[in-house]
Design a binder for this molecule. Structure first.
Ligand SMILES: NC(=O)c1ccc[n+]([C@@H]2O[C@H](COP(=O)([O-])OP(=O)(O)OC[C@H]3O[C@@H](n4cnc5c(N)ncnc54)[C@H](O)[C@@H]3O)[C@@H](O)[C@H]2O)c1
Length: 373
């Protein structure tokens, strides 16, 4: 299959959907790889490194879209790209259709075959979302440490303290992928860490794998209040799949927190678990409410594109290969995870959650695949 990689055009998006090593694997697997010139630049990956891996550099996006049978991307196609998508062309990317009706209509109208990273499911897990949660979890502590510094508006406490001076107290709300990675980083820096969750199974697991300066606590209103009063840094990392994040911290709760403490609400992409949270960008990542610094960047991994690109492509590559080897119709029939990833096939909406979100007709992917000629 001819696989095309285009340069991301979303504002401040520096990731790319394939590394040179990934291109090498695909070429070795018998596929042809086309990469738009400078597509990897933002992640420090030169055109020459793709060429050395056997890929062909194409000067512009139009050339890649025009020739490739499958387009690999990171973010959802933007309006300028809709006109370039072709009937029967496969697209594999983060789509997040449920967040955007106009995008959904546009993708369906192209009659392309759009597969979404975020709905690919294996054993009830979403393995193509996980790497970005790992990045965001770890980054939340780096960001938190920075905004706790006095010149950045924080209390001026060092996460790990020093001999003779107590370390900071970090409160992690939700001990899933984001929360576990945040807890590990904070604990590694020497902070005292509390993780609040409501899943006893998860807390048993965390208790076994995390170092002794991490404590798991069952999330009740009373425990949360006690912890908020002690916290220097709060990381919001709760998720109820498919639903808006529950608002665990209310505006009134901020009054019980230390002035200059920091909230990093990673769950902001699902509405946030702090009432006062609203999405921010890397240009202006923070704002202050009632003396508490809020960091609520909705695309945290974008700040570390080099790491994020490698983490993402490590996870996507096996599925890109499978989709390219099988083609869209056989992939849907033979690979249940890829059938789950199918969002819009041959002009039909094939993701039930998106159909429900917009009250649109849902077509099972297998039925839509039958329309692929
Ligand atoms: N801002 C970003 O750039 C960015 C990047 C990656 C992920 N995220 C978001 O981070 C959030 C967390 O993702 P994840 O991968 O860790 O999810 P996850 O499913 O692995 O973990 C969620 C955890 O929250 C717990 N939980 C649910 N309800 C709770 C409650 N009431 N109290 C305490 N804990 C509760 C669950 O038991 C689970 O352990 C998601 O909203 C995800 O979209 C944001």
């Amino acid at each position: 299959m001819k696989i095309g990689v285009v340069k991301e055009i979303k504002n401040h998006e520096y990731r790319v959907a394939l590394t040179p090593a990934g291109a090498d694997e695909l070429v070795r697997g018998g596929h042809e790889v086309l990469v738009q010139a400078s597509a990897g630049e933002g992640s420090g990956l030169a055109d020459a490194s793709y060429e050395a891996a056997g890929a062909r550099i194409v000067s512009d996006a139009g050339g890649v879209f025009g020739e490739a049978e499958m387009i690999l991307k990171v973010k959802e196609p933007l309006e300028a790209e809709w006109a370039l998508m072709r009937k029967g062309q496969v697209m594999f990317t983060y789509l997040h259709l449920a967040a955007d009706r106009k995008l959904t209509d546009a993708v369906v109208a192209t009659s392309s075959h759009a597969f979404a990273y975020e709905t690919l499911e294996v054993d009830r897990k979403l393995p193509l979302l996980e790497p970005m949660s790992e990045v965001a979890g770890r980054l939340s502590i780096q960001a938190g440490a920075k905004y706790l510094e006095r010149p950045a508006g924080g209390t001026g406490i060092l996460l790990g303290g020093v001999p003779g001076v107590a370390p900071a107290h970090v409160l992690v709300l939700g001990g899933g992928v984001v929360g576990t990675n945040a807890a590990r980083m904070a604990a590694g820096l020497g902070a005292n860490v509390s993780i609040l969750d409501i899943s006893l199974d998860r807390m048993q697991y965390l208790d076994e794998i995390l170092p002794p300066n991490c404590t798991t606590l069952y999330n009740t209103r009373m425990t949360l209040h006690e912890e908020l009063a002690k916290a220097d840094l709060v990381v919001g990392a709760v998720l109820i799949p498919g639903a808006a994040a529950p608002k665990l911290v209310s505006r009134e709760d901020l009054a019980t927190m230390k002035p200059g403490s920091v909230i990093c609400d990673v769950a902001v992409d699902q509405g946030g678990c702090v009432e006062t949270c609203k999405p921010t960008t890397h240009e202006e990542p923070t704002f202050v409410v009632d003396g508490v610094v809020h960091y609520c960047v909705a695309n945290m991994p974008g700040a570390v594109p080099r790491t994020s690109t490698f983490a993402l492509t490590n996870a996507t590559l096996p599925w890109v290969r499978r989709l390219a080897d099988l083609g869209p119709a056989r992939a849907i029939h033979q690979s249940p995870p890829l059938a789950k990833a199918a969002n819009a096939i041959a002009g039909r909406l094939t993701c039930q959650a998106v159909a429900e979100a917009f009250d649109m007709n849902f077509h099972p992917p297998e039925e839509a695949a039958a329309a692929i000629d």
